[in-house]
Write a protein that binds this ligand. Structure first.
Ligand SMILES: NC(=O)c1ccc[n+]([C@@H]2O[C@H](COP(=O)([O-])OP(=O)(O)OC[C@H]3O[C@@H](n4cnc5c(N)ncnc54)[C@H](O)[C@@H]3O)[C@@H](O)[C@H]2O)c1
Length: 257
């Protein structure tokens, strides 16, 4: 345990079934927090998986699903102290040849989904007068353009906008809201992006892997735990004077604010 202050705090992780979200979930469980993990991969509406852990189905594209989880948390007195929004999708698309349906799908999850989650659960935190923390996983694609990722880049720029506006509006309520902008992190999403990117660019997956590592000043791609560590910091007492920030966790690949 790094931060005893997080013991028994209620932490809601949106999208914790795999990848970065799973590392975040494990990190807060090892802080002895009460962790509720909501992801579209789970079957049950709400189930307890260990003394401190809950799992529940949530599809952030469906407002009714988000509101159902909110009602469940209120009923069980599990309104979060810390909300961590991780869920997202990516697709590879060439701007001029891209499809409107793909653009809509990415925005439905990454931007509209984030909006629904942030609005719904932060309102509940405010309602029960909980000073708390909100951490949103955006991306360095929320600050830079990337060839072949039009919809994703635009959706993540919007996520940083949502983060800043929410931070501004709830600061006086004692709720601090920050984004984390990961770089190249080894997850299933990244593996699939390499396969799709290789097809789009006429390269091999191995060539893209080598290119990825070569772009990072620290000379390696990131792990989900590299990101979870910064999320933990942002939820901790050490981040007492931070709000509305979008913090790069990129091994130096993105250096600007
Ligand atoms: N992997 C990277 O290199 C990288 C870099 C920058 C940002 N990110 C961001 O980090 C976050 C996590 O990415 P990851 O690489 O771990 O991806 P991942 O695909 O491994 O995991 C994403 C998780 O989100 C969940 N999810 C997706 N759509 C959902 C929905 N509609 N409702 C509920 N849950 C849903 C999935 O079930 C999954 O568990 C994403 O927002 C992604 O954009 C990833």
């Amino acid at each position: 345990m790094v931060f005893p202050q997080l013991k028994q705090k209620i932490v809601l992780v949106i999208g914790g079934a795999q990848g970065i979200g799973a590392a975040v979930r494990r990190t807060f469980l090892s802080e002895s927090a009460v962790v509720i993990d909501a992801d579209r991969q789970y079957k049950d509406t709400f189930s307890q998986t260990s003394a401190n852990a809950y799992q529940c189905f949530l599809d952030i594209c469906e407002e009714a699903s988000v509101l159902r989880l909110r009602d469940e948390l209120v009923k069980r007195q599990l309104v979060p102290d810390v909300l961590i929004h991780v869920a997202g999708i990516s697709i590879m698309d060439d701007f001029l040849a891209s499809q409107t349906e793909d653009f809509d799908r990415v925005f439905a999850v990454n931007t509209r989904g984030a909006y629904l989650v942030l609005r719904t659960f932060t309102a509940e935190m405010k309602q029960v007068k909980k000073a708390g923390r909100v951490v949103v996983i955006a991306s360095q694609a929320g600050k830079n353009p990337y060839r072949g990722m039009t919809a994703y880049v635009a959706s993540k720029h919007a996520v940083i906008g949502l983060t800043k506006n929410l931070a501004l509006e709830v600061a006086a309520d004692g709720i601090q809201v920050n984004a984390v902008c990961p770089g190249i992190i080894e997850t299933e999403m990244k593996q699939r992006e390499r396969v799709d990117g290789a097809k789009l660019r006429g390269l091999t997956v191995a060539e893209i892997e080598a290119e990825d590592a070569s772009q990072v000043p620290l000379r390696r791609t990131g792990t989900p735990q590299d990101v979870a560590n910064v999320v933990l910091f942002l939820a901790s007492p050490l981040a007492s004077y931070l709000t509305g920030q979008a913090i790069n966790v990129t091994g130096g690949m993105t250096m600007h604010g």
